[in-house]
Every structure is written in structure tokens, then in C-alpha cells.
Design a binder for this molecule. Sequence first.
Ligand code: SF4
Ligand code: FE2
Length: 622
Amino acid sequence: SKAYEKNTITEDGQLLLKKAERDQIETVWDRYEAQLPQCGYCEMGLSCRVCVMGPCRVDPFGEGPQKGVCGADGDIIVARNLCRMIAAGAAAHSDHGRDLVEVLAEVAEGRAPGYEIKDMEKLKRVAAEYNIETEGKDPLKIAGELAHAMQEDFGTRKKELTLVKTAPEKRQELWKKIGVMPRGIDREISETMHRTHMGVDNGWQSLLLHGIRNALSDGWGGSMIATEVSDILFGTPAPKLTAANVGVLKEDQVNIVVHGHNPVVSEMIMLACQSPEMLKLAEEKGAKGINLAGVCCTGNELLMRHGVPMAGNHLVSELVLTTGAVEMMIVDYQCIMPSMGDVAACYHTRMISTSDKARFPGMTHREFHPDNARELAKELVTAAIENFENRGEVYIPVEPVNAIGGFSVETIVAALGGTPQPLIDAIAAGKIRGAVGVVGCNNPKIKHDYGHVTLTKRLIENDILVVDTGCAAIANAKAGFKVADAIEFAGPGLKEICGSLGIPPVLHMGSCVDNARILVLASALAKAMKTDISDLPLAAAAPEWYSEKAVSIGVYTVASGVYTVLGPMPPITGSMNVVRLLTDGLNDVVGAAFGVEPDPEKAAVLIRRHIEEKRENLGLPF
Ligand code: SF4
Ligand code: FE2
């Protein structure tokens, strides 16, 4: 019906919304509507709760107060609020990275049964970045030394983060020159909290410059560490066939869904699901097998490395449960709506939280640590199997869509024959006009998946290669853009190149921390062309973003030299100074800036113009 079509473009989403209504399940869209109209001051970034002389609001129309009790004006309040969003986002990605480093350290010490070093080559390569001698050394010793060196990146003992030196030299020089070279991951987050305390940094420009440094400590620090260590522990992704949408759930099998971000838990769950002993138990209970599926980024991690199918992205996470087909959902952290337990309570689904730092109402808490993960995973999978017989009515209304995932930089370069040169040649010849990272979340302010899918379609039909991550990547998989045949959606040049390589025109590069992979790819292109990232015909877009993590991603992407178009407007319109700096002034500082355009058709035009301009500056054909 019309209401469902207004909320989402996906068929499974529409049908399950109807089911949710019948089952009297409240969803994210209902709660969004109940919040309308949302607070105008907060929307513009003009409300402040930083201290208890407040809370304060600055009147955007100039009639009421123009300053908070402390004297902060709209510029200061907006900049402070934005910086705190960056700090929270950077903290989320980086703490995720830290958890992986801790597992690496435990593996080195033999205290993490079930975990191991899967990619020896990558271990050595990353260790070399940290100046760790690897020749003839025991891999576990290398792992221990690397984990230790990475832990130093989080602290305050360094002048520069280690992996920053993988950026093009020009970029590093620029960061040094403007004083935004990140020093320590935790240090920059902590300094943001200090600077934004009442009575510390009250220069909106200096606040935002530090915000850039903080975001860079995420992109070239915490997120990059998360990606690299995940590859070391679980393998560097290579292309694999998979499937997406709620149709990946199976009526005749035990369905276990993992939701969240960190592969530390989901990898162990996957191993348990594959064990013959568990399969036997499932059969005894009348199921044809055990079906593991993902939601959000921990799903993306499994999809990238093992081809595990994807049940849905952020906004359908509640709806996945309304199928009545999920025996157990196991969550770690980030983007897990606190309503999930309420939804599950209407079905037989068991909800399990696993992280010492993330609890949820209506979930059973079973804490994972490196030393108990393998055993606990088996226990949970057993409980899921035993729950199969408690199923009520099952409703899986669609067939899954095929997709190929697993495009790490390593496999993209390998597919090109070992160097990025063929891609550069294709760009120079105008067959591929440029490349765009379409990333980020869903947000009920934008029709679910409409932003991602529309923008991606417009880009590929104009011969622009799309790489994607996160919930955007799941949207594009559901839309059918990730099979070899999807070259039919592409313009003639992109179709020719992708067709000859046998790859789709939209490459799934992973989870949200894997945006670091896109930085590495952009950096490799810039280095091969002996230039800076900001000179390349590249762009990024977050058409449906919602989270603080996305703010950090957007800022480090722009600070890395990539024009970035946001769908939803960030809470900054209360300060025209901040708006002008972010959407224009930054061009003179870091060679890139933000655009904001909620309509993906228009965003596509903005991005095409930008790519044309970059091509022209490089002397490339139109
Ligand atoms: Fe109000 Fe200033 Fe306190 Fe913010 S920091 S709540 S603007 S007094
Ligand atoms: Fe994510």
C-alpha cells in the first residue's frame, strides 16, 4: 500500500512493514513520525547542553538570545556540537579497532582458542609499516609486536600515527602544514572533549581544524587498524558469490542472524554453525541445516570474507524479526536499535548481546571474550537450534537477489593484473570517467534505499565506477547491481571495462570501517599518478547517513581530498560561517569540501560536474 511505498523502495521492506502493522509491531518509521516536528534548534545545531549554566539555545531569527549563558555564540555552539559528533564517531570505529588489536595480542599469547593468523602475508606487510622486523621470525611473535605497536597508536606517545604514512606524500605535507596530522587516536578524541568543554577552545575555526585531526585519526588510524587486523585474523577478502534481502532466510533451516559491527563475535558464530556436530543436532530437531545471515556491518564482514548472505540493512533490522523465521539474533555493537528486544518479544526469536560495552533491553547478555568465544559460540548455536521447534507462523515474502562481494584493494589490484595502471588508463581514456564511494547508513528522513540506489544507478550509467560499503552496499546488492550482468545498467565505457574483467560496475568493499580500504585505493591511484588524491576524478556520497560515525567518515574523507555529498543535512545550519567553511572554504584548506543534497538525482549531477572539472584540470578528455 501507499504508506509502505513512502517508507522504502524495497519489496521485502514494504511487505514486512505490512506484516509488522498486522502484528502490531512499532517500527523506526512509527517512532520517527511520533517525533515530528523535531526540535528546530537542535536541527540547526543551535542548542547546547555542554554545561549546567545551560541548557541554552541561540535564536536563529536574531530576535531572541544570540548567546548562551557563558557567552558562546551560534558559531561556537555549532562547531562544538559538530566536533563532539566527530569524537563519538571516531571513538566508535577506533574502539572497534582496539578490540581487534586485543584479540591479536591474545592470539600471540596463545590465549584465544579458535582465533588464528589467517593472512600471513598481510601480517608481514602491516608489520613492515610499523618497522617490525619479520624475517625468520615466528608469526606469533610478529603478531604480538604488531599488536603492541598498534596499541601505541592509540596513546599519546607518538608525534604521528603510523599508517598515515601510507597516504600520498603531498597529502601528508599538507596535513603537517595546516596542523592536522593526527598524533594518537585516543588523544585526538580526548582533546576534542577537552576543547569543547565550556571555556576552552572558543574559536570556531580552530575547533573545526581539530575536528579534522580527530576524524583523520579515525580514517587513517582506528578504522584502518580495524580493517587491517580483521584481514590478518580472518583473511583478506576475495570475490565471492552471495545473496541479499530478507529472502536469504530459509523456511526449513535454523536461521541465526548476526547484527552489529565487529567480526570478532560473528566469525566464531560462523565457525560454530559449520561444525558437523551442530548440523547433526539441527537435523535431529527437524531442520534441514543451519542458515547464518547478516544484518549491517558485522554481516558485511562475513559477506566479504565468506560469502555469508545479507538479510538487510539498518532500517530493516526490526523487520527481519517480523518474518518469525529467526531462531536467534546475536548482536555486538553499533547501530543496533534499542527496540530490537521489544520486536523479538512478539516472536520466538532469542536475542543475545555479547559485548561488555553494549547492553540492550529484552536481550540475554552472554559476554564474549577471546578466551571463551569458541565455546560460547557453540553454546549459543545449540540454543538457537533448540529454539527451532518453538517457531510460529513464518513469512519470508521474497526471493533473494544474487550479489558478488569481497573486493578488497588487494583483489581489485590483482584483477587488474597486479597494478592499478589499467584502471588509470581506463580513467585517462574516459572509458571510466571517475570513481565514487557510495557509503553510509539508512535514515527514516530519506526513503529507505532510494538515495543509495538512485545515486548509484545514475553514476554507473554515466560511466562512473562505484565502490560501496556499509548499508549503502547492502542497498545496492538488493537492487541487483552486484552481479556480472549488472554491466547492463552501466554506460558503454564502464560496461566494456567491467565486462572484460568479469566484475560488476559496483564493487562491494566492505563494512563502514572498511572505508579505510577506499582511502588505500585512492592513495594507490594518486601515488601511481604522482599526484595528490584531491586532483583525481573521485567523489564520495553518504545519501542516507544518520550516525556520528558517518560524520567522522565524511570529515576524514574530505580532509583526505575527496569531495563528499551528504544526503541529510548535518546540524550546522545555525552557523552560516560553519556552513560556508564546510561547503566551500575547505577547498582552500584541504582541496575538497562537502556538498549537501538530499535528492539523489541532483546529487548525481553535482558529482558528475565535479568529476568533469577534475578531468578537465588533469587535461583528460571530457
Ligand atoms: Fe549554555 Fe555555554 Fe553552558 Fe553551552 S556551555 S550550556 S552555551 S552556558
Ligand atoms: Fe556500519
